[in-house]
Design a protein around this ligand. Structure first.
Ligand SMILES: O=c1ccn([C@@H]2O[C@H](COP(=O)(O)O)[C@@H](O)[C@H]2O)c(=O)[nH]1
Length: 231
């Protein structure tokens, strides 16, 4: 599979979401869709199943963060759903990450650990979270923790991909949200990169929401981003 552009489906309404997906030609290469907390909390597993049955690849972005036993049991359930990717927070710690991986055993779901959210910049890290590290070092530390405890990859900004790969392995997946084409509004994201920059930094997949889902022509916006990403 080409390195994917993963579309973040952050819609309040499932009809709106299906109308959005219907803009895409049926013979398009299989779309990779991210279902996050907003849609999962409202529409739950039946929505995930519906999209899997339509043939989409699914990144289930639930960002699990709880004690190891709870995360393991939750992952055992999700392991039956045949989704391609699932997230937990790396800050849940080594035991929790390992427990998530154990819970997914026997499935092909890839476990990704969220490092520092792309909506948090250096000043939030220092002043709000009281982490006395540069983002690059904090993200690398969490990525190593995830790598050593069985995760298949991490969520980070594209800006940290080179240091993560150097500290772990070139095969360790770096999936990067916080993607903004040059003309797009940054909104609540802090650590951002264009699709072309993310590619040059070595991202394995980019996650793009509003620049596609809120565009006047969502399909065209997706095509433009794919072109820039695949250049
Ligand atoms: O660090 C993170 C982790 C997850 N996300 C998710 O990605 C998309 C980005 O959407 P945009 O509209 O392109 O900003 C969104 O669903 C987040 O929950 C992230 O942005 N940063």
């Amino acid at each position: 599979m080409n390195k994917p552009v993963i579309v973040a489906l952050d819609f309040a309404d499932d009809f709106e979401c299906i109308n959005f997906l219907n803009q895409f030609p049926k013979d398009d290469e299989k779309l990779f869709l991210k279902i996050g907390l907003e849609m999962f909390c409202q529409f739950g597993y039946p929505f995930v199943r519906n999209l899997r049955e339509r043939g989409y690849n699914i990144f289930l972005d639930l960002k699990l963060h709880d004690i190891p036993n709870t995360v393991k049991r939750t992952c055992e359930m999700i392991a039956q759903w045949d989704v391609q990717m699932l997230t937990v927070h790396a800050t849940g710690g080594s035991e929790m990450i390992a427990a998530a991986k154990e819970g997914l055993a026997g499935s092909s779901t890839q476990l990704l650990a969220v490092t520092q959210l792309t909506s948090l910049g250096q000043s939030e890290l220092a002043n709000e979270l009281q982490v006395p590290l540069e983002s690059q070092d904090y993200v690398t530390h969490l990525a190593k923790l995830a790598y050593q405890n069985g995760a298949d990859g991490v969520i980070s900004s594209a800006l940290e991909v080179p240091v993560i790969k150097a500290a772990t392995s070139t095969d360790f997946l770096c999936v990067t949200p916080g993607i903004r084409p040059k003309s797009a509004q940054v909104g609540d994201q802090k650590r951002v990169a264009t699709p072309a920059h993310a590619r040059s930094l070595g991202s394995d997949a980019i996650v793009v929401g509003r620049p596609i889902t809120q565009a006047e022509n969502g399909h065209q916006a997706y095509v433009n981003i794919c072109k820039e990403w695949n250049k």
